[in-house]
Design a protein around this ligand. Sequence first.
Ligand SMILES: *[C@@H]1O[C@H](CO)[C@@H](O)[C@H](O)[C@H]1NC(C)=O
Ligand SMILES: *[C@@H]1O[C@H](CO)[C@@H](O)[C@H](O)[C@H]1NC(C)=O
Ligand SMILES: *[C@@H]1O[C@H](CO)[C@@H](O)[C@H](O)[C@H]1NC(C)=O
Ligand SMILES: *[C@@H]1O[C@H](CO)[C@@H](O)[C@H](O)[C@H]1NC(C)=O
Ligand SMILES: *[C@@H]1O[C@H](CO)[C@@H](O)[C@H](O)[C@H]1NC(C)=O
Ligand SMILES: *[C@@H]1O[C@H](CO)[C@@H](O)[C@H](O)[C@H]1NC(C)=O
Ligand SMILES: *[C@@H]1O[C@H](CO)[C@@H](O)[C@H](O)[C@H]1NC(C)=O
Ligand SMILES: *[C@@H]1O[C@H](CO)[C@@H](O)[C@H](O)[C@H]1NC(C)=O
Length: 733
Amino acid sequence: MRVRPSPPSSQPPAMKKHPQNPLLLLHLFTTLIHTIQLTSAVDFVLNGFGSSDVSLYGNATLESRILTLTNDTTFSIGRALYPTRIPTKQPNSSAVLNFSTSFIFSMAPYRGRLPGHGIVFLFVPHQGIEGASSAQHLGLLNFTNNGSPNNHMFGVEFDVFENEEFQDIDNNHVGIDVNSLISVSSHEAGYWRDQNSFNRLTLNNGRNYQVWIDYVDGVVNVTMATVGMRRPNRPLLSVPINNLSQVFEDEMYVGFTASTGALIESHRILAWSFSNTNFSLSDRLITRGLPSFELPETPIHRRRGFIAGVTVGVLFFAVVCSVVAFLWIRRNRRIRKEREEMEDWELEYWPHRITYQEIESATKNFSEEYVIGIGGNGKVYKGVLPGGSEIAVKRISHENGDGVRAFLAEISSLGRLKHRNLVGLRGWCKKEKGSLILVYDYMENGSLDNRIFECDESKMLSFEERIRVLKQVASGVLYLHDGWESKVLHRDIKASNVLLDKEMNARLADFGLARMHDHDAVAGTTRVVGTVGYLAPEILSSGRASTQTDVFSYGVLILEVICGRRPIEEGKPPLVDWLWDLMRKGELLNAVDERLRARGGIDEVEAEKVLHLGLLCALPETNARPKMRHVVKLFEGKNEKDVDETEGEDMDSYLLAKMRTNEIWSMYPNIFNSGSGSGSGSGSHPTFEEIRQGLSSSMSLTWSSTIVDGPGLTGNGNGRADVETSEVRVQIL
Ligand SMILES: *[C@@H]1O[C@H](CO)[C@@H](O)[C@H](O)[C@H]1NC(C)=O
Ligand SMILES: *[C@@H]1O[C@H](CO)[C@@H](O)[C@H](O)[C@H]1NC(C)=O
Ligand SMILES: *[C@@H]1O[C@H](CO)[C@@H](O)[C@H](O)[C@H]1NC(C)=O
Ligand SMILES: *[C@@H]1O[C@H](CO)[C@@H](O)[C@H](O)[C@H]1NC(C)=O
Ligand SMILES: *[C@@H]1O[C@H](CO)[C@@H](O)[C@H](O)[C@H]1NC(C)=O
Ligand SMILES: *[C@@H]1O[C@H](CO)[C@@H](O)[C@H](O)[C@H]1NC(C)=O
Ligand SMILES: *[C@@H]1O[C@H](CO)[C@@H](O)[C@H](O)[C@H]1NC(C)=O
Ligand SMILES: *[C@@H]1O[C@H](CO)[C@@H](O)[C@H](O)[C@H]1NC(C)=O
């Protein structure tokens, strides 16, 4: 049995009275106040649409979270409205509320068909599509009600057909419509690069365009640009609409409508934000990794051959023709072959499939010189895309098709994850069965692992840098856990999966990758996924990962980063045990990385606090660990001195309150005492040996050695190549 550590001495007496987490209460309270203040405001950001996000009318559908207003059905109307009415005026006043909305749309023609007719962003007083006609009426109004003040309708049209009856200026324009299809004001589609140079955009070429519509004090500004571009400074349209208060009812529906006629095209909305108060909410629209609906270009071989033929002569023409025909046939055959290799479901997934040829040329045919890392999953290459941007290419070989599929299903949402502390996934490619290629942003400064363990003094991170990195990793993990529509688990948080970008910001790599192995399960067995030393005990018993197992790994990461010691090292007790020991003896600070101590300048108070936090996160008891959002809060609260808001509820008191809970202290030493007792004599933190011996036999867990990526582990002479001693080092991914 272990000795129960004596509780630290200075305890604020008030703490005992609050059994609940005060941070949580505070959070609820501030949320409440916020809601009361802004009853009339509406804010939402929809990156992709779920069935409860919009109400659909006419032939509008949702396909893979994309709002598809129309497809190739002729004379069809599609309309989608935010499900509830929203207030558009200040209470008891006729003043129209400001609003700011942004959305991403795509209009794509069908091959060989003339395209029509357009999309309208609109405010309407009622649900449904009553009073709307298709074709040139854009699903907005009809022949009889066009122009009537009873319509109470405001819209911004993106119209690709020139209707003389509506005084359209051309067949590619943006217009502001008040109760009528005859626009109050309109302009050819495009954007102003600066005050004087205009760039035309073709609305219906299938490209994704972003639109911003702002209404402030009676002026409507409409701006558009190709997706991914910065918002142009000068709006395309800036029009005073002084009578909007007569047009709007107190509450209106807001949404989109589109129509086809004899002419057809698809009209899609990919993302949408709306706010009455926050004019930068549109920043939260995800503009990367969106699917593209552009028609593939028509092959130009034949055209080129023709030109060459005419200029050089009939003979040459014939030669060129036959060469071109040959290439053409070969190309077609290859495309057909690739199509066959591609399964239907793959078409649904995002981000983009990148062609194998592109990746091949970016990495000079997967040349060995370009290898920047070798991980348990495969090699990582550096590559340069034609535009000059650098990428990291991870080539994963995998026998199991289901695993790849599960993984792709997850990255189809992961690909759109965007956070400054996550490594951006640019795309993927599947060449043949069992091999998958992932393309990520390239991270200039390698991995955290390299900056702590294997480096000379000059490259080693300082204490402050380490704290900053830990903080950034915490917000990356929080984003995965709470920041997305569905919870995403990382499952393999460790120093070698934390990369540093150009500005030395920490970015978490390989999120979700472990998922692939998760699905590897042979019937009846579960596969433990993760890395020895970072695995929470409950993973070993249940095989199930959760946000709390991620917290555990994160706790271990804190400890190793501050101590400069790997979680498990040959001939030493596991890091976590060692630290608990030191803490009991009151010598916790001795654990701080020797190389840092030699350098000096360590904030001891902070070091101790962060170590406490690490230990807390790495508690064996699942529910005793803090949630990631507490961790982030604690890190944030610590630096800012806004004590008034947190009422002195800072990291210290939180940690003390947590760590004094008797159950935690008494529970800890017991958890693993039943273990087989490793050489270190502690056994509270599972060693690889315990996992292998204890679990593979008794609990039918299998261990995937491919992902046992445990740097620093050395062979233990037990036969089986259970530990990859070959210092698996993933520098970039
Ligand atoms: C087009 O939309 C209609 C109505 O929503 C639907 O029934 C039809 O299946 C769609 N066609 C295609 C090719 O998706
Ligand atoms: C929806 O599409 C069908 C054909 O699939 C068409 O007959 C019908 O008129 C369309 N409805 C609307 C409201 O556009
Ligand atoms: C608005 O007017 C109604 C009566 O017309 C009144 O009951 C209510 O208190 C007023 N609200 C505000 C915010 O002035
Ligand atoms: C709209 O915004 C402007 C500028 O921020 C502000 O002066 C005005 O009061 C706002 N109008 C309403 C109705 O909120
Ligand atoms: C136009 O819509 C109105 C309802 O708003 C309806 O009464 C009228 O019959 C419609 N006209 C045509 C030509 O469809
Ligand atoms: C609208 O555009 C005008 C002209 O560029 C500009 O002065 C004004 O600030 C813009 N308003 C908003 C809300 O962006
Ligand atoms: C509002 O003004 C526009 C012109 O700016 C006009 O076309 C429209 O009929 C007016 N609407 C109402 C309801 O007064
Ligand atoms: C407005 O939205 C932006 C982007 O999401 C956010 O950073 C900012 O804090 C928001 N501002 C307010 C006042 O809520």
